[in-house]
Design a protein around this ligand. Structure first.
Ligand SMILES: Nc1ncnc2c1ncn2[C@@H]1O[C@H](COP(=O)(O)OP(=O)(O)OP(=O)(O)O)[C@@H](O)[C@H]1O
Length: 342
């Protein structure tokens, strides 16, 4: 488990001081993947450097399994750092070393015997599905495979926390999906706390259990992914939804946007809605999926004229939040840019 407590980082001093992280608070539980997303300049890299203790925070703490690492002496910090494995965007592998030799590096620094190291490296490469590539050099591996070697190396010293700093940025969708699968396996099999720092929203949806949005050095919103997706008022939840243009309703039908808010939305909700309203309900766009074991979704519907109050009530009874598309944002609490999006 890792807790970030009132973490503040200020570069420079006096009038030129820049507050880059401003009192961040969050916790990544054992067996949890916690994503931090944010735009360029939000402070993500600085956060990563403070978490893996390459940078000392100006104030606040990084606490791993109850021990405050930010207050340790340099000597004790060198040992404590082993509890946090880091994977970076650039895999940082040594080109003149094979995959196995790269994974062995942290073990060599620690003075592990060659025999022990060989066993552990074989175990780690097997863990990341690269046993058959042990003798390959980085240039003989794909981007995704190099990142897997980086993950194996980050796990070499049996950390309890894995820090992923833009580790899937720049990978193609297939490689990203395979790294995401691997991180979830590691979370479950090794009970790791994984802090996943990224600017890619769609990867967050695939990988994370919880997410926080970092802006100008502050967390503006955070929560479990499922809760955010089910909350129609959550800006972070809305930004996690894939934005796609919906089809246009037939003339005379009204356009409505509905999103899952309940935990037990029936699978045949479209039929039920149509029957309850005694109206024709057509799907103009929809995304329904399982995230962290829960069904979440949203849809744009064309509904033949019905009383808006009845549509809202019928949707609510099915565990759905409904709003007419094109209504004033102030009345619905929905951002205008989402008005035409399914
Ligand atoms: N050593 C430094 N001295 C002064 N300012 C710094 C230093 N490092 C970073 N900053 C500033 O801190 C802010 C946050 O930078 P950081 O690199 O952490 O953001 P980021 O979210 O990782 O951005 P990106 O996604 O573009 O990498 C920026 O305004 C940057 O200029």
């Amino acid at each position: 488990m890792i807790s970030i407590e009132r973490l503040t980082k200020v570069y420079g001093s006096g009038p030129s001081a820049t507050v880059v992280l401003d009192g961040l608070d969050f916790r990544v539980g054992t067996g949890e993947i916690f994503a931090v997303v944010g735009p360029s300049g939000a402070g993500k890299s600085t956060l990563a450097q403070c978490v893996n203790l390459l940078e000392r925070p100006t104030s606040g703490s990084v606490v791993v399994n109850g021990e405050n690492l930010s207050q340790l002496s340099e000597r004790r910090l060198r040992v404590a750092r082993r509890r946090i494995g880091t994977i970076f965007q650039s895999d940082g592998l040594y080109g003149r070393r094979t995959a196995a030799q790269n994974v062995a590096l942290p073990l060599e620094y620690l003075g592990v015997t060659p025999a022990e190291s060989r066993t552990r490296v074989a175990e780690l490469l097997d863990r990341v599905g690269l046993s058959s590539r042990a003798a390959h050099y980085p240039h003989q591996l794909s981007g995704g495979q190099r990142q897997r070697v980086g993950i194996a190396r980050a796990l070499a010293l049996r950390p309890s926390v894995l820090l992923s700093d833009e580790a899937t940025s720049g990978l193609d969708p297939e490689s990203t999906a395979s790294i995401v699968r691997l991180l979830k396996e590691l979370r479950d099999d090794l009970d790791l706390s994984i802090l996943f720092i990224t600017h890619e929203m769609d990867t967050v949806l695939q990988v994370a259990d919880s997410v926080a949005r970092l802006e100008h050095g502050r967390i503006t919103e955070s929560g479990r992914i499922v809760d955010l997706l089910r909350n129609p008022d959550s800006a972070l939840g809305r930004s996690l939804r894939p934005a796609r243009d919906a089809a246009v309703a037939t003339p005379g039908a009204g356009t409505w946007f509905v999103s899952y808010t309940g935990t037990a939305v029936p699978a045949d909700w479209v039929l039920r809605l149509a029957s309850e309203l005694d109206a024709s309900v057509s799907i103009l766009g929809a995304s329904i999926e399982t995230v962290a074991g829960a069904t979440v979704g949203h849809a744009t519907l064309g509904v033949t004229p019905s009383d808006p109050g009845r549509i809202l009530a019928a949707a609510l009874a099915l565990g759905l939040h409904a709003r007419p598309v094109g209504s004033a944002p102030a009345a619905t609490g929905v951002a205008p840019e989402l008005e035409s999006v399914a």
